[in-house]
Ligand binder design. Structure first.
Ligand code: GUN
Length: 283
């Protein structure tokens, strides 16, 4: 039997509708949530991403502003601007779009964002809070994956979750969130031998490898929940994930499509984090 689809667009829409109500309530109390997005340089993909983020804020009534800076902006000037935004009470979330031009130290830039405004969840304080189970912002893509599991009634407790990928943005925080939800977690990566043997044990399989159609049907346990974080182009130039969707959907119990799966959830959780930042401030 083919897998059931986890519709990221539908779930994102539902969550955003609920958030719009909360944004309206906060705004009425004089605490309209606000996100500032900083873009340095003119990377074409980044320009599309930041526009989508700002538009998503506007669609639920949040304040948002996009600051474009020239590619030769000095590190001192960028850090100074971030410090100003840290001190601005109307700004609840600060997002510096990555990648940054080479002359800028991305780690230093992210560490300059106040942790209470780090709605990307990339600051070491956010990563540390996640590690020890303290309140902090969760990185948006893994947070969205957890919401997708919840939406289909999949409780990770006692399940074997396998994460392919160990990036700071997806793989590692994904593993921590699944662990926090009492799954038994295995992290696999490019140096893992016998990968298929491990992925075939997964009740929940998260693919965050960055290689088109990397996960084949023989790597998936029948009935597994498969979450595909990848956004790639196949040989024909068509958008595809890290999972061979057509083949794996015949084996899995649930699967996310690409596009229309995890992608729309990432921006939705950015909105959620910005809303949470404003709510904490309003308390
Ligand atoms: N570049 C690609 N994805 C992201 C993201 O989620 N946040 C930021 N800040 N930059 C990105």
């Amino acid at each position: 039997m083919p897998a059931q689809l986890i519709d990221g667009n539908a779930l994102a829409q539902q969550l955003r509708a609920n958030m719009a109500t909360e944004v309206a309530a906060l705004s009425a109390q004089g605490h309209r949530p606000g996100l500032t997005v900083l873009l340095v340089g003119e990377d074409p993909a980044s320009q599309v991403y930041v526009r989508n983020k700002v538009k998503a804020c506007e669609s639920i009534g949040m304040a948002s502003s996009l600051e474009r800076h020239p590619a030769d902006l000095s590190e001192a000037a960028l850090l100074a601007r971030i410090r100003e935004l840290n001190a601005d009470p109307a700004v609840h979330g600060i997002l510096v779009q990555l990648p940054l031009p080479k002359h800028l130290n991305a780690d230093l830039v992210i560490e300059t964002i106040a942790p209470e405004k780090d709605v990307d969840g990339f600051h070491v304080a956010s990563a540390g809070a996640l590690m020890v189970g303290q309140p902090g912002f969760k990185p948006c893509t893994p947070y969205g994956c957890m919401k997708m599991l919840e939406s289909i009634g999949c409780n990770p407790r006692g399940k074997h979750a396998v994460v392919i990928g160990r990036s700071n943005i997806v793989g590692k925080p994904m593993a921590m969130l699944l662990l926090q939800a009492s799954a038994t977690v295995t992290i696999c990566h490019s140096a893992t031998p016998n990968l298929a043997e491990i992925t075939r044990q997964a009740d929940i399989l998260v693919a965050a490898v960055g290689r088109p159609k990397f996960v084949s049907a023989d790597m998936v346990k029948p009935g597994a929940v498969v979450l595909d974080v990848g956004i790639n182009r196949d040989d024909a130039g068509k958008l595809c994930g890290d999972v061979d969707f057509e083949a794996v959907k015949e084996v899995a119990g649930w699967i996310t499509p690409v596009p229309g799966g995890v992608g729309p959830m990432t921006i939705t959780m950015l909105l959620q984090n910005t809303l949470e930042a404003a709510q904490r401030k309003a308390q």
